[in-house]
Design a binder for this molecule. Structure first.
Ligand SMILES: [Zn+2]
Length: 390
């Protein structure tokens, strides 16, 4: 059984221990005692060194703690060191979580269901359908007050059978490790914690999200909270600079800009359509009718699909009467055929038979039809069969 030194002393950064067993060619190590915290209860494992090797994972095997290393170590006595900035960050987040959960319970009787300490942010799931902005503000202020009071956090070992007055009942039996924040919280927890609430630093709530019947509350504490607040400010400052406006005005300005872009896009589409129609009419005038009195136009597209503007131009061309308009794109191989009602041509039938014969797909109605072709299709012969006199 591994003696867990962090149970008693969360501030132990260096220790000596004896290797009692190794596995995986010396990369999986069991010690008689350890200060390395294994992933459990929502808190990630510690990193650091065992002898000359780096600890890359720490696993809770109930009785024992397994240390996974990036290099093998030999049996015997070794010295070990915890990566303290990482561990202290975890202590700030985890202690902050106890405080935030206790405050939500105290102020609004909202219980915490679960906790996750992530690499960037922490979350708790609380048993409430939502959390209003007012309540978030209130909880943050209450946390800040208790942080300012520097209330002690104590660790005691108590019998699970007794009435322990815990915030959340424990399912465990035997001896419980109880982490208490003076006057507000008692929780059964195996995690690492700071000595008093002042060391938690700021507790900042970020977004909330509905997860089934619960609400997920994202938060950050301590130096992490400072880092996030600083990064948020830089983002806002950059937006503010680009919009040449004070930060507080940026949300209104951004929505106004988005509205403007929408209106401009709408206007652009209308103008493009008007232009294509005018071009279609002009092209009709400039095209001489053939012996049957039909004006035939062909448009080649080297690259890209046959777009809305070209379709509109084709329709405007044939709308003038006695006319056929064919557009052919090389890549992707495709065709569009428009025919006036008095041309004697059924665009849909023609496109369907021509592209089907070439191994493609397509069709339409009398006036307008489109088809796509395989890369091997002979566009030249398809073009003459589509455009030809009936
Ligand atoms: Zn805890």
């Amino acid at each position: 059984m591994t003696e867990r030194l962090y149970y008693q002393d969360c501030y132990l950064q260096e220790f000596r221990a004896r290797v009692v067993e190794t596995g995986d060619d010396g990369r999986r190590v069991y010690l008689d005692r350890t200060a390395f915290y294994p992933t459990s209860g929502g808190q990630p494992f510690d990193t650091g060194t065992l002898g000359a090797a780096n600890v890359i994972d720490v696993i809770d095997e109930e009785e024992r703690v397994a240390h996974l290393l990036d290099a093998p170590i030999a049996a015997g006595e070794i010295s070990a060191q915890i990566d303290w900035p990482r561990r202290f960050d975890h202590m700030q987040q985890h202690s902050g979580q106890h405080l935030l959960s206790a405050v939500l319970e105290e102020l609004f009787h909202i219980p915490t269901v679960s906790f996750h300490l992530g690499a960037e942010v922490c979350t708790i799931d609380v048993a409430a359908p939502s959390l209003t902005a007012d309540r978030i503000d209130h909880a943050e202020v209450r946390c800040a007050e208790i942080v300012g009071e520097a209330r002690p956090l104590g660790i005691t070992f108590e019998d699970a059978g007794a009435d322990l007055g815990l915030r959340k009942e424990s399912q465990r039996s035997g001896t419980l490790r109880v982490v208490a924040i003076q006057g507000i919280d008692r929780s059964a927890c195996g995690g690492t914690h700071v000595r008093n609430t002042a060391e938690i630093g700021p507790v900042l709530i970020r977004k909330t999200e509905k997860i089934r019947r619960n609400t997920r509350v994202e938060f950050v504490c301590g130096l992490r909270a400072l880092r996030h607040a600083r990064a948020d400010f830089r983002t806002l400052q950059e937006l503010s600079r680009q919009l040449s406006a004070p930060a507080a005005d940026t949300p209104g300005l951004v929505s106004a800009q988005l509205e403007r872009i929408k209106a401009l896009e709408k206007g652009n589409l209308r103008l493009a359509s008007e232009l294509a129609q005018r071009e279609g009419r002009e092209q009709w005038t400039a095209t001489a009718p053939d012996a049957q009195g039909i004006r035939r136009a062909v448009e080649h597209v080297e690259q890209g699909a046959i777009d809305d503007a070209l379709r509109t131009r084709a329709q405007a061309f044939v709308a003038q009467g006695s006319a056929v308009f064919l557009a052919v794109s090389k890549n992707p191989p495709s065709v569009l055929l428009a025919a006036s009602a008095d041309s004697g041509i059924h665009a849909g039938d023609r496109v369907k038979s021509a592209v089907t014969e070439a191994g493609g797909r397509g069709g339409g109605n009398q006036a307008l039809a489109q088809g796509s072709l395989p890369a091997t299709a002979d566009l030249h012969s398809i073009e003459s069969s589509l455009l030809g006199a009936k």
